[in-house]
Write a protein that binds this ligand. Sequence first.
Ligand code: 3PY
Ligand code: MG
Length: 255
Amino acid sequence: MRANGLQEVWQQGRCALNAWLSIGSSYSAEVVAHLPYDAVTVDLQHGMFDIETALSMLQAISTTAAVPMVRVPANTAWLIQKVLDMGAYGVICPMIDTRDQCEAFVRTMRYPPHGDRSYGPARGILYGGADYVNGADEAVLSWAMMETKLALENLEQIASVPGLHGLYIGPSDLSMTLEGVISNPLSPRVIRELERVIQVARAHNLRVGIFCPDVAFARVMVASGCDLVTVMNDAGLLRKATGAIIAEMQITADL
Ligand code: 3PY
Ligand code: MG
């Protein structure tokens, strides 16, 4: 079975760089995945597209070495199993708040006897290889998102669910539920809490990933021991790069 490139990155002691796709286009996904990212995540929660477009985006990503992952919109078994069958090598599940929710998520991700994933691996086999079913439970990463006050209260119980691979921090929802607003830079309370998530992940041998609004914050998160950082999404990067060109051209026009 094809190894998960993220596990290889971590064996080398590196922090992985992940791209985040909110634009529903296989071409856009292909362009991003041809850059030297370690992983590329298709965002079915807040991305502006549906599941069929996600399939073509996963096909585009898998023309490259970047690990294809999906953030699903909810902890919903049929949807999670469909993106697994579509060849996702990692699933990031939002709003995991309790141990029960985390156990249900991990069960959905795994084949019997450890879970209740239904057999029908379709693109899983095309991408992963003929023996996909034997290795999928280990190679395909399950990430529970920690992004609410309630999740923080249940952090230890969630982190100790067997079969879970990682915790993925959502600083925006964390700020919303802790402070009622999103601030940049993040409030000291949010920073304290996300540092606690990193410590608890470490203590339970889990990987930890985080969404970062900019490079400065991502650097701090790498230094804090995160295993995977996402720096902005495709729409944000497009806006930033386009805005920079417009600003430059205005300077030129003023000359
Ligand atoms: C959050 O910050 O809440 C996220 O979901 C980032 O993707
Ligand atoms: Mg969120």
